[in-house]
Write a protein of this length. Structure first.
Length: 78
């Protein structure tokens, strides 16, 4: 199970990550990137890392949809 604090940090990291990073890397690389960014913010043990990886994997379509929406908004503003 992923803690509420970790979930909040994850979604904050996703919001602050460049859209290109969210869209252009493969699934495994994106999971690794996000887990590493969370690990930089707080201590993450092996079990929490595994749980976080599974959670991120389950949310990849949503993460990529959010990034694609941000990209579309940026293009419309130009």
């Amino acid at each position: 199970m992923v803690s509420v604090k970790m979930m909040h940090q994850l979604w904050a990291v996703i919001e602050s990550t460049r859209v290109s990073s969210l869209l252009q890397v493969d699934d495994a690389s994106l999971v690794q990137l996000l887990v590493e960014q969370i690990a930089d913010l707080q201590q993450v043990d092996a079990q929490a890392t595994s749980n976080l990886s599974i959670y991120i994997q389950s949310k990849l379509p949503l993460i990529r949809d959010i990034a694609a929406g941000k990209l579309a908004m940026m293009r419309n503003q130009n």
